[in-house]
Ligand binder design. Structure first.
Ligand code: MG
Length: 254
């Protein structure tokens, strides 16, 4: 009886390992929530790497003089990034004392290792579509010049930015964020997959299996509660983007 019990437990453990180990853990804006590092800081990237995340996400904006900076919002400390010069932006400090990071600094840190992929979100420009495309080209040029191309995955809410990346960086993978394209539409347009809000996948639960069957990347944001994590893990989603990477790493047995 005891042997049978042990066997059952062992096979359940094995099954859950097999089922969930395929799902990759992406720290949303780095690992900040439980580490005390500011979001999108070099410290949050280092923390995500240290805890063994499969990916660490961050957001890129462009200053008035075309320097690329890492921040979630279009403003930092009340300064609009797009219309502020890099000289002023570079003088800013984050809450932990680190300088407001540029993409160059971020890539330099991220490419010191090979385990954690760099999930790079290109933010559209509020000034014009054209500026968003110019920003995209600058980002891809910098990724290439820093020899980081094989370490980076691109994401964006702007479909034209996603399509531009597929043109100028044909070997790169691009995931669309906005949730308004079906897996078939993504496939037709040469986009490699989706990174959709959990609510979108809740409304369209068949999209995960459908996308997987078409070999598209499947990713969800921002998944912070256990119930949603468990559902997505059971669905066999490819990646989960979360503010709680510690919890998700535990669930996928890493
Ligand atoms: Mg983002």
């Amino acid at each position: 009886m005891k042997k049978l019990f042990t066997l059952v437990i062992f096979s359940q453990l094995t099954l859950s390992t097999v089922t969930f180990a395929q799902t990759k853990v992406v720290a949303h804006r780095g690992a900040w929530k439980n580490t005390g590092a500011p979001e999108n800081s070099i410290a949050s990237l280092k923390a995500a790497i240290k805890m063994g995340c499969d990916g660490s996400e961050f957001d890129v904006h462009m200053s008035a003089d075309s320097v690329l900076f890492i921040n979630h919002d279009a403003h930092i400390q009340e300064l609009p990034i797009e219309t502020t010069s890099s000289i002023i932006l570079s003088a800013l400090k984050l809450k932990n004392g680190e300088a407001f990071p540029t993409l160059k600094e971020y890539l330099k840190e991220g490419t010191k290792q090979k385990k954690t992929r760099l999930v790079l979100e290109i933010k559209p420009s509020a000034i014009s579509k054209e500026r968003g495309i110019a920003l995209t080209r600058k980002v891809v040029d910098m990724v290439n010049s820093m020899k980081a191309a094989s370490r980076v995955d691109y994401i964006s809410f702007d479909y034209d930015i996603c399509k531009e990346i597929t043109k100028i960086a044909p070997k790169a993978t691009v995931q669309y964020l906005n949730g308004d394209k079906t897996p078939d539409e993504l496939l037709t347009d040469g986009i490699h997959g989706f990174d959709y809000n959990l609510k979108i996948l809740d409304k369209n639960p068949s999209w995960i299996k459908e996308a997987k069957s078409k070999k598209l990347i499947t990713n969800a944001w921002t998944v912070n509660d256990e119930k949603s994590m468990d559902w997505l893990l059971t669905e066999g989603i490819g990646l989960i983007t979360t503010n709680e990477p510690e919890l998700l790493l535990m669930k996928v047995h890493r």
